[in-house]
Ligand binder design. Structure first.
Ligand code: PEP
Ligand code: MG
Length: 372
């Protein structure tokens, strides 16, 4: 067994010396970040913030989204701020010196709202007892119904939520800025980057970037500590890929969200890949392999190439990565190498495989200008 371990370590070391692609990991807890580092990740390419809003914080999140007044919403945001600051401080500490790309909240909204059936059952039970239902339950039910989305994966997600809930972007950016201050004061080298999800139009990104820069400048001035965080965007809608030249005017980096990009290019919901029809359709032999597993070069891959070319035409030093599941798929990693990306980001356990594949792609001599 020792021989195998040494052989793998040797292969990884060789891959690391030749590869051009950097390999980062997707992680959203200090534990996962530390694990990613042990597997050789050179940063966090995607720190999702959705899970940070579940569990005990659910009530605050409900108050934030369904707030009956500005005061109620501001109170919820003020309570979330120190919790988020702690989340980010922990991850920045675990990754000290390496880049950590923190993505602003990108929910499917229904995961954050109270369950409609629970509310309806509680109200019906009160009525069955001859009691008046809790007025708060009735209000919540009405609010949940108003927010109902037929298709949550195509609904009030990503930047859309950030633009509609006043103070949400500012709260997350402030938490990131304050975490940077805290780590800097502790003698660390925090390298936080702010990533905006599900952007379809450059104007969405411009609004968020301007707000982020305003908040970071405030935090920095108040603390007397320099705080610079690059602001960039996910490219995960066909429209974002096709207008990448304009989007790059507002973005310091791109990261392809190939999960959503595959969903929206193919018109298959990500939620349906577990459905019986999806595997039956695969069995029918239309695709050799699921486009959600291995990047579809003709459709999604072309969008990637277009976005890389147009983004770099606007901004030659644009950093470009991928953080969808394809970032850890061997065949897809080779494609990202030839497409000229700077890094792939995948789950911590897939980091070694991505390192090997990135090395192999470089050795095969496939050049950036290659087309299929
Ligand atoms: C993606 O869409 O590829 C992505 C990385 O974001 P998420 O999976 O969180 O939607
Ligand atoms: Mg996505």
């Amino acid at each position: 067994a020792a021989g195998v371990v040494e052989a793998v370590a040797g292969a990884l070391a060789r891959a690391d010396t030749v590869r051009r692609l950097q390999v980062r990991a997707n992680a959203d807890t200090p534990q996962d970040a530390a694990r990613a580092r042990r597997f050789g990740a050179q940063g966090i390419g995607l720190c999702r913030t959705e899970h940070m809003f579940l569990g005990e914080r659910r009530k605050l999140v409900e108050d934030m989204i369904l707030a009956r007044s500005d005061t109620e919403r501001d109170r919820a945001l003020a309570a979330l701020l120190p919790l988020q600051r702690r989340d980010f401080t922990g991850i920045l500490e675990a990754m000290d010196g390496l880049p950590v790309t923190i993505r602003l909240l990108d929910p499917p909204l229904h995961e954050f709202l109270p369950d409609r059936t629970d509310l309806a059952v509680r109200i019906a039970a009160a009525e069955a007892h001859g009691d008046l239902p809790d007025p708060h339950d009735a209000e919540l039910l009405a609010a949940v119904d108003r927010m109902h989305e037929e298709n949550p994966m195509l609904g009030l997600r990503g930047v859309r939520l950030g633009l509609l809930v006043p103070g949400l972007v500012a709260m997350q950016v402030r938490a990131i800025g304050e975490a940077v201050v805290e780590r800097t004061r502790a003698g660390g080298t925090p390298r936080a980057e702010i990533m905006v999800p599900l952007v379809g139009d450059v104007r969405e990104l411009r609004i968020v970037r301007e707000e982020a820069e305003r908040v970071l400048a405030e935090v920095s001035a108040a603390a007397g500590v320099p705080v610079t965080c690059p602001v960039g965007t996910m490219i995960e809608l066909p429209r974002a890929a096709l207008t990448a030249g304009r989007i790059a005017e507002e973005a310091e980096f791109f990261s392809f969200g190939t999960n959503d990009l595959t969903q929206t290019t193919w018109g298959f919901s990500r939620d349906d890949v577990e459905a019986e029809f999806f595997s039956a359709y695969l069995d029918r032999g239309v695709f050799p392999v699921s486009p959600f597993e291995t990047l579809d070069l003709d459709g999604v891959g072309r969008l990637v190439r277009i976005a890389v070319a147009e983004g770099r035409a606007t901004r030659p030093d644009l950093t470009i990565g991928v953080c969808g599941e394809h970032g850890g798929d061997p065949a897809s990693v080779r494609f990202f190498h030839t497409a000229g990306l700077d890094y792939v980001s995948c789950s911590p356990f897939r980091v070694p495989v991505a390192r090997l594949e990135a090395g192999r792609a470089a050795l095969e001599g496939t050049e950036v200008s290659d087309t299929r």
